[in-house]
Design a protein. Structure first.
Length: 136
């Protein structure tokens, strides 16, 4: 949480006030007050997305040629996937909740991502990852 407050301190006051307004918080006061209000009232994942947006990282990541297509699967799709392969969700490969793509998609621990990669030899391949909480 401390690193998040440090990241928010790098964001301009005007942008912090805008974020507070979008989150339904009071948007006046000192910059440190805004940061404290955001850290206390807004989920960490949401704040990380705001910071990434402010830095212009979000759009750049999603549009990059080397980043495959990601999407969060629905519960029924996950059930069918697990049934098809005869596995449990915890047996899927993992992806951390602090991964930039996971944060941009708004995925939570327990969600399953479908990742479609393009390959010059195989054409297109599909991978699945379960989102897990990171240790820090």
């Amino acid at each position: 949480m401390r690193d998040l407050a440090r990241m928010l301190n790098k964001v301009r006051y005007r942008e912090l006030a805008r974020i507070c307004g979008e989150e339904g918080l009071r948007k006046s006061g000192k910059k440190t007050d805004l940061v404290k209000r955001l850290v206390e009232n807004v989920p960490e994942e949401t704040l990380r997305v705001y910071v990434m947006e402010f830095m212009g990282i979000g759009k750049k990541i999603m549009e990059h040629d080397l980043v495959p297509e990601h999407r969060v699967m629905g519960e029924e799709e996950v059930s069918e996937l697990l049934k098809k392969y005869g596995i449990k969700k915890w047996q899927l490969p993992k992806i951390l909740d602090k991964d930039p793509i996971v944060m941009l998609l708004g995925a939570r621990p327990g969600d399953v991502l479908e990742i479609k990669r393009k390959s010059p030899t195989a054409g297109s391949t599909t991978y699945y990852r379960v989102v897990v909480r990171s240790g820090s």
